[in-house]
Design a protein around this ligand. Structure first.
Ligand code: FMN
Length: 356
C-alpha cells in the first residue's frame, strides 16, 4: 500500500528525524498487528519458496531488518509481521546510556541516505531483555546486537561483551559483536586482528557453555588489507560469520556514520572482497548490509556467493514497500526461470535469466 506509507512519510518527514523515529517506534509498538495490516499485511506463503539457510538457520525471506532501527526491541511484533526473514535488535549495552547530544540524525532525501551520530543510545540490558522475552517473533529469526558502554574503558570492554553474551545467548537466534560503529570512541580498534582475537578468546568459555551463532559486524572503512587478518581470526574462533557493513564516515558531510545509497559502493566493495576470501570456507557466512534497496542489490550479492542481506535506510525512505517490491521481483524471476524455490535460483544463479 504505497499511498499509506507515503502519507505517513509526508507527516514524519516534516518532523525532526529523531523525533519522527521515536514517535513511529512508539506507534508501531502499541499497535503492531493493526499497523502491519494497514501497511499492506505482509504474510509469506507457508512453504519454503523464499527460504534460505544461513549459519544453520532458516530465513523465510532473504532480507532482514538491520540493527539500530529497533534499538530497544520495542517493535519486534511489528517488524516480524512484515516479510523480513530476520529482525536484529540493538545495539544493546550493559547499562542504559543516553548517547551523543542531539541533533544526531540527519536525512539526505535526494541521496536516499542518512547520517547518524547516535552513540548507542539504549535502555540497557535489563530492560531490553524483558522486551525481548515478551515479544512474539512470528517464527522469524531474532538477532541481538551487542556493544560496549561509552564509559567502559578499552581495557574493560571485554567484560561488557561477556556480560551481554551471558544475558542474551539463551534468548537470541544469533548474536552480533558490533565493533564497527563510528560513534563510540575507540570501538573500531577492536577490529584489529590481535585485539579481536583477545576479545574472542575472552568469550571462549561462555561460548562453550551457551552456544549460539555469533557474527562480527564490520566497518566499510576497513582497509582491504585488514580483511584477510580479520577473516583468519573469525575462522580460528569458529564464528558463524560477518555482517558487512556498518555506516561509513564521510568527512565532508560531518561527524557520524552515513548509510543508504551514499554508502552502497563502499559497502558493496568490502562485501565482495569478503565473499572472495570466504569462498573456500563454506561454513563462514556473510550477511550483507549497506545501501540495500532493491532486487539488483541481492542479485549482485548472490552472483558473488552471498545469501541474505539486511536493510535499514531504504525502509525509512520507502517503508514496507521496499520488501514488497523485492518479493515481486524474486517471484517474477522464479516464474521466468521455472524454478520452485529461491534456493534453487541462487544455487544456479549463473544459468538464470535475469531481467532488471
Ligand atoms: C540511525 C541509525 C542507527 C544505527 N544504529 C546501529 C546500531 O545501534 N548498531 C549497529 O550495528 N548498526 C547500527 N546502524 C547501522 C545499520 O545497521 C546498517 O549497518 C547501516 O545503516 C547500513 O545499512 P543501510 O544502508 O541499509 O542503512 C544504524 C544505522 C542508522 C541509520
Amino acid at each position: 500500500m504505497a499511498s499509506f506509507y507515503n502519507l505517513f512519510k509526508s507527516f514524519a518527514f516534516k518532523m525532526d528525524a529523531e523525533a519522527a523515529h521515536i514517535s513511529s517506534i512508539k506507534l508501531l509498538s502499541s499497535f503492531p498487528l493493526v499497523l502491519s495490516e494497514v501497511f499492506g499485511g505482509q504474510k509469506l506463503p507457508k512453504n519454503d519458496r523464499y527460504k534460505l539457510t544461513v549459519g544453520g538457520q532458516d530465513w523465510s525471506f532473504p532480507i532482514g531488518l538491520a540493527a539500530g532501527l529497533d534499538k530497544n526491541a520495542e517493535a519486534i511484533d511489528f517488524f516480524s509481521s512484515l516479510y523480513f526473514g530476520a529482525v536484529e535488535v540493538g545495539t544493546i549495552t550493559p547499562e542504559s546510556q543516553i548517547g551523543n547530544p542531539r541533533p544526531r540524525l540527519f536525512r539526505y532525501p535526494k541521496e536516499c541516505s542518512l547520517r547518524n551520530q547516535m552513540g548507542f543510545n539504549n535502555d540497557g540490558a535489563e530492560k531490553i531483555y524483558e522486551n525481548i522475552k515478551d515479544a512474539k517473533k512470528n517464527c522469524k529469526i531474532l538477532g541481538i546486537n551487542l556493544g560496549k558502554n561509552k564509559a567502559t574503558s578499552q581495557e574493560k570492554a571485554f567484560l561488557d561483551y561477556q556480560i551481554l553474551y551471558k544475558k542474551f545467548a539463551k534468548i537470541a537466534d544469533y548474536l552480533v559483536l558490533n565493533l564497527s560503529s563510528p560513534n563510540t570512541p575507540g570501538l573500531r580498534d577492536f577490529q584489529q586482528s590481535e585485539r579481536l582475537s583477545e576479545l574472542l578468546s575472552s568469550l571462549k568459555d561462555l561460548r562453550k557453555e551457551i552456544p549460539v551463532p555469533l557474527y562480527l559486524k564490520i566497518s566499510p572503512d576497513l582497509s582491504e588489507l585488514d580483511l584477510p587478518g580479520i577473516i583468519d581470526v573469525v575462522k580460528e574462533h569458529n564464528l558463524t560469520g560477518l555482517i558487512g557493513t556498518n555506516t561509513t564516515i564521510v568527512e565532508s558531510l560531518g561527524a557520524g556514520g552515513v548509510s543508504g545509497k551514499l554508502l552502497r559502493p563502499k559497502s558493496q566493495k568490502i562485501r565482495n572482497k569478503v565473499l572472495e576470501y570466504i569462498k573456500e570456507t563454506p561454513n563462514i557466512e556473510l550477511i550483507g548490509v549497506g545501501g540495500v534497496s532493491e532486487f539488483s542489490d541481492l542479485i549482485n550479492f548472490w552472483q558473488n556467493g552471498g545469501k541474505v542481506m539486511q536493510l535499514y535506510t531504504s525502509f525509512i525512505f520507502k517503508g514496507p514497500n521496499v520488501l514488497l517490491d523485492i518479493q515481486r521481483d524474486i517471484e517474477r524471476h522464479l516464474v521466468l526461470n521455472q524454478v520452485n524455490t529461491l534456493n534453487q535460483f541462487i544455487s544456479n544463479i549463473d544459468e538464470m535469466k535475469i531481467i532488471l
